[in-house]
Design a protein around this ligand. Structure first.
Ligand SMILES: [Zn+2]
Length: 370
């Protein structure tokens, strides 16, 4: 069975964390055997690993957050936050350069059209050994785009979807809180609120370019305003359900209904903190069997009335490692265990194929330029 992963941060891992995406995961782990300082944990994914997991195509990010208020003396400066948009722009362009270099070397292929996506899957099916990995470029928080009009340049360079914000406030919108304890957000800048003027100007340009909007990471007020204003297709690349795990980072039932009702798909992250209520980081991954991820899938299927609107957006190596993924998952190839979990829940073969691959395939075949 093929996997379509709706969310990875490949360039971030290469450039912020020195994880070469053409390396085997075993090599990355060996290189980091003495530990790393930023809590990113055990690596689980890279291009060879995606081949081993039979994943022909992924959405992967350009990501850099602009936060003018950040402290120059903070402990970990290399944290993805920058005090000016000139910096996030250049960081994002650097990540794009990384993808283009690997594409030029034949390690991956940047997919920009629906026909290109279909041809790529045919090619991979015929030759899963030497066909390059397909990537669809997305942006996790729009801060690398310095003005709304500049989106055209990014689109021309291959960007096909975006989120308005990541953790905390972006220049465009309010993102989900960057830090939480049981009483709520601990960062005073983590407030919900409306779109900025730039956010309101960006949405019609996004629509005119035919790009879908990823509503993952948008805080509730931003979600409501953006979903109301945006006339194009919406989806959510890597989000769980508050009905199963009630944290602001997950979607409410109303938000899931909005995405599903407009033909969108919700990708499930394989991050225990988003999956299991009260997950304890030092309690061991055994706390979270894949059946808990299946609870999220079931809930989305119940709201949708079918199994066509849930998929995978694993976020593997997205700031957490194997230690905080479900018990059965050590590296990306182990995600096939999720198909078995769904089978155990009574999902049909075609529904399982949809969750693992086909639902994203349908959505991006419909939304990428022909
Ligand atoms: Zn990410």
């Amino acid at each position: 069975m093929m996997i379509f992963d709706g969310h990875l941060d490949m360039a971030m891992n290469a450039l912020d964390h020195e994880r070469g995406q053409t390396w085997e995961v075993t090599h990355i782990r060996e290189r980091e055997r003495a530990g790393v300082h930023d809590g990113r944990g055990l690596s689980t994914v890279s291009i060879p690993e995606l081949r081993a997991s039979n994943t022909p195509v992924v959405l992967t990010t350009v990501i850099a957050r602009c936060k003018p208020y950040i402290d120059a003396c903070r402990k970990n400066v290399n944290d993805g936050d920058w005090p000016a948009q000139s910096m996030t722009h250049a960081v994002g362009m650097g990540q794009l350069a990384y993808y283009k270099l690997l594409a030029g070397r034949g390690d991956l292929k940047i997919i920009t059209t629906a026909s290109g996506l279909r041809e790529h899957i045919d090619e991979w099916t015929a030759d899963p050994v030497s066909t390059p990995l397909g990537i669809i470029l997305t942006m996790e928080g729009a801060d690398p785009i310095t003005t709304p009009a500049e989106l055209e340049q990014w689109h021309a360079q291959g960007l096909r979807t975006l989120m308005l914000a990541h953790f905390g406030q972006s220049r465009y919108a309010h993102g989900t809180p960057s830090s939480m304890d049981s009483s709520g957000p601990t960062n005073p800048y983590d407030v919900d609120g409306p779109l900025s003027d730039m956010g309101r100007q960006l949405l019609p340009i996004l629509h005119r370019l035919g790009m879908p909007l990823d509503l993952t990471h948008t805080a509730d007020q931003t979600f409501a305003e953006a979903a109301g204003l945006f006339e194009g297709r919406i989806y959510s690349s890597h989000t769980g359900c508050r009905a199963v795990c009630d944290i602001p980072r997950n979607h409410s039932d109303a938000q899931i209904r909005e995405v599903v009702g407009r033909g969108g798909v919700v990708g499930l992250p394989m991050f225990n903190l988003f999956l299991k209520p009260g997950y304890e980081r030092d309690g061991g991954k055994g706390q979270v069997p894949l059946t808990i991820a299946a609870d999220h899938a079931d809930h989305i299927c119940q709201l949708a009335g079918n199994a066509q609107h849930v998929a995978l957006g694993t976020d593997s190596d997205g700031g957490f490692g194997a230690e905080h993924m479900p018990a059965e998952v050590d590296t990306h190839r182990d995600l096939h265990a999720f198909a078995d979990t769904l089978r155990g829940r009574g999902y049909s073969d075609s529904d399982i194929q949809g969750v693992m691959f086909g639902n994203w395939m349908r959505f991006f075949t419909e939304t990428l330029p022909a």
